[in-house]
Design a protein around this ligand. Structure first.
Ligand code: CU
Length: 784
């Protein structure tokens, strides 16, 4: 009985305790949440300006517009839009926005002129006729005309072999290699690479993956490609197996294609049959298959632990994305993402005043060194594959801050229908982790004044084959804007063979990380107080000066050296070198500043308008680069990358000179459709003209073991900062509401220091759920 009573007492005590505990928990949670309410999603203050719908003139085509142009081209020209169209047919490869002429865009934006006609560029690979055509199709949204602009844009016809290798051509190439190479080398494949060519079940068949060398041959019209093979594991690019095949696919008819050469374990063979016979006869040093560790995998080797710090918007976002127009504090700009050239912004304004008409990526190029054919002659020009084409979804909290604004884009390149790339651009404001400016007044009149460096980042990341490029445009509150690139992803590697050690470092068993350069071309069309600008340089020199108060005392004192450069290139470049070498001519100034020459440290696009202090208002072009040497001009491929000769080259703006490179440069590298050096050959006057600065930045990459599995972004980048220089009368960030000022006695006041009240005002972030659709637009050759 007693025991029973005791147990009932215990039961009720426990129930009571549980109830009290639940109520206490609810109270505590409520108290907690009242302390930290959810952060507002709506901005505390509306943007200073309104979105400008006219920025739509720079907007990429919508999905509907792509479809309209596709329909028009299919019906009007009878071109195929099938993804597996063969090279011998006529294939609609690309549809892109055709940019408006600058004069008509400016008339529309600034002078109330009519909107420029919205048009698309359509690229057709006319396999039936042996050439490539670029058409302008318009007006959008309901096209009624098309015009062949090939000759107008490039001054030449484009041979069909200047085309990018399409999915349709790859499909045929892989089929041919399966039939003519792999099927015939069963024993070698099994013993050397554990590849079972007879396995009928595709999903169970172990295979090798292909990666190509470019350019494809030695002269115009060639289309012979060395294909290197890699293990079919994650991070295939760092698993070369020592097997490479040279395929001639110059004919548009796949039946004419043939294997011209093979490389196996460092030895060359004329044909598959020769390799097969010599292998069977034991006349070949064999590669014995060995299971390799999965060192290229990006699977975490430890589970998630404590989350890294997160930034959130305590009072809503201070920027706004409306259509393709962005507003951020004093900044505004329009944006686009070209399949070919990548990220670009237009009509960039600070305080309502246009600073740049266009700031864009043009090309990403690299030159490799190796002993193996797969990388020995490799010069990649990524815009021929598409610098912006592979902008897949950005991962929240990794590729961009979790709570960034994400923009979905559409593209039409080598597809059957426009492709949607969800969340492929991100925009965010963040604290870059250092003050923009600050001073602590110690000795007299104690005070502290400072301002956080909170800047807007506009980003996309494009995974072009092995490498992933981060493209950032950063807008700072002092009126500076930065364009930069960082490389990550997998480096290209080759199989370790004798003599290869000159070309890099070994990074895994039989794997060499090969030396290469990264060069990136940016177009910087600054308009400083209008389009009439000049190019100025500034630097320093030490001058032996006598001191005014003691004339016999001389000292070397640094002085400012200012110059205005009046023509696109110097006259001396047009004269024989011996004149220069003999010192008979002093080089005059040139606005095409070659790498390897002494370049003034300050480069400016300036206006004749003066600031309050009588100085020419200007923007400085500060190039951040660790580029390797440009390819010697004696090389026949150099003309395709002649932009990379110059750290900065200034040209007079021309609509015809829209890009420094072209879609056709890679596959006709010896006779390119665009040779940048010709932009400056006419040596035009650049005084009081509309100027464009073409900037080359990059880095020399000597791969090392820490490039496994991935090259990291830290230190692997380059870019250009455009900084106001006598443009304003003082630093415009003095007007920023982020500025903080503290005097003795005001340490706790929030009047000029929001930080003092942050602890009381804190809120908990409202986050979007995590989603990922990155695989939606991915290429997958397994499916063909
Ligand atoms: Cu690299």
């Amino acid at each position: 009985m007693v025991a029973n009573k005791m147990s009932s007492f215990l039961k009720w005590t426990l129930i009571l305790f549980s109830l009290v505990s639940i109520i206490l928990n609810i109270v505590l949670i409520c108290l907690g949440s009242s302390k930290a309410p959810k952060c507002t999603r709506t901005p505390r203050f509306p943007p200073k300006a309104k979105h400008d719908p006219r920025s739509a003139v720079f907007a990429d085509l919508t999905r509907e517009e792509y479809t309209q142009v596709q329909d028009y081209m299919r019906k009007g020209l009878g071109v195929s839009t099938d993804a597996l169209t063969e090279p011998s047919q006529d294939f609609l490869f690309l549809i892109e926005l055709s940019l408006p002429k600058k004069a008509s865009a400016l008339s529309y934006l600034d002078a109330g002129g009519p909107p420029p006609t919205r048009e698309a560029t359509a690229v057709v690979f006319h396999g039936t006729r042996g050439h490539i055509k670029e058409y302008v199709v318009g007006p959008l949204p309901d096209p009624t005309y098309h015009r062949d602009v090939t000759e107008e844009r490039y001054g030449t016809q484009l041979h069909i072999n200047a085309r990018t290798v399409t999915v349709g051509e790859y499909h045929l190439l892989f089929k041919m290699l399966d039939e003519q190479v792999f099927a015939k080398l069963g024993a070698l494949m099994k013993e050397s690479f554990d590849v079972d060519v007879d396995q009928k079940d595709e999903r169970r068949r172990r295979r090798l993956n292909a990666f190509e060398q470019m350019p494809r041959g030695r002269k115009s019209g060639d289309r012979s490609t060395w294909i290197s093979y890699f293990r079919d594991v994650s991070g295939m690019y760092i698993h070369p197996v020592g097997f490479e095949v040279l395929v001639n696919h110059a004919s548009v008819n796949a039946s004419d294609w043939r294997v011209e050469r093979l490389l196996y374990n460092g030895r060359y063979f004329e044909s598959v049959d020769e390799l097969k016979a010599k292998y069977a006869a034991g006349d070949v040093s064999k590669i014995a298959y060995k299971e390799t560790p999965d060192y290229g995998s990006l699977k975490p080797r430890s589970g998630p632990l404590q989350v890294a710090p997160q930034q959130y918007y305590a009072e809503g976002k201070r920027f706004s994305v409306g259509g393709n127009h962005v507003l951020y504090l004093d900044w505004s700009f329009a944006f686009g993402l070209s399949s070919l050239t990548g990220m670009r912004v237009f009509d960039v304004r600070f305080g309502g005043q246009r600073i740049a008409y266009e700031l864009s990526v043009q090309e990403a190029m690299s030159v490799y060194g190796a002993v193996t054919p797969g990388l020995a002659l490799t010069k990649f020009l990524d815009s021929s594959i598409g610098v912006g084409r592979f902008a897949h979804e950005l991962t929240r909290g990794v590729d961009c801050p979790y709570d960034a604004t994400y923009v979905t884009t559409h593209r039409y390149i080598d597809v059957a229908a426009p492709t949607r790339f969800a969340n492929s651009i991100c925009v965010f404001e963040h604290n870059v982790g250092q003050p923009l400016r600050r001073h602590f007044a110690d000795f007299f009149g104690n005070s502290y004044g400072g301002m956080v460096n909170s800047a807007l980042v506009f980003r996309t990341i494009t995974a072009i084959g092995n490498y992933d490029y981060l493209w950032d445009f950063v807008f700072y509150q002092n009126g500076a804007v930065e364009a930069k690139v960082h490389a990550t992803g997998y480096m290209s590697t080759s199989y370790v063979l004798p003599g290869n050690e000159k070309y890099g470092h070994q990074v895994a068993d039989k794997v060499l990380g090969n030396i290469h350069t990264h060069f990136v071309s940016f177009k910087v069309d600054l308009d400083v107080m209008g389009v009439k600008n000049m190019f100025q340089t500034k630097d320093m020199k030490y001058v032996n000066v006598s001191m005014p108060w003691a004339p016999d005392h001389h000292a070397m004192i640094p002085q400012l050296v200012e110059k205005e450069l009046k023509t696109e290139q110097s006259h001396y470049l047009l004269l024989p070198t011996w004149l220069l070498l003999n010192g008979m001519l002093l080089p005059t100034q040139e606005a095409a500043l070659r790498y390897g020459t002494k370049i003034p440290r300050y480069l400016h696009i300036a206006s004749n308008q003066l600031n309050r202090w009588g100085n020419k208002r200007s923007y400085r072009i500060q190039v951040i680069t660790f580029a390797g040497d440009p390819l010697p001009e004696s090389e026949p491929e150099e003309r395709s990358m002649s932009w990379s000769r110059y750290k900065v080259a200034i040209t007079k703006h021309k609509d015809k000179e829209q890009t420094s490179s072209s879609l056709y440069s890679q596959n006709n590298i010896w006779n390119p459709a665009v040779d940048f050096s010709q932009f400056i050959e006419d040596n035009e006057n650049i005084e009081e003209e509309d100027l464009v600065a073409w900037v080359t930045a990059g880095f020399l990459h000597i791969p090392h073991s820490e490039d496994v599995p991935n090259t990291v972004t830290v230190g692997n980048g380059g870019g250009v900062i455009l900084r106001p220089h006598n443009y304003f009368d003082e630093d415009p960030s003095v007007n920023s509401p982020d500025a903080v000022y503290i005097k003795p006695g005001t340490e706790q006041s929030c009047q000029t220091n929001r930080m003092a009240c942050l602890a009381q005002e804190s809120c908990s972030p409202v986050l979007e759920p995590f989603t990922y659709h990155g695989f939606d637009g991915a290429m997958n050759f397994d499916e063909f």
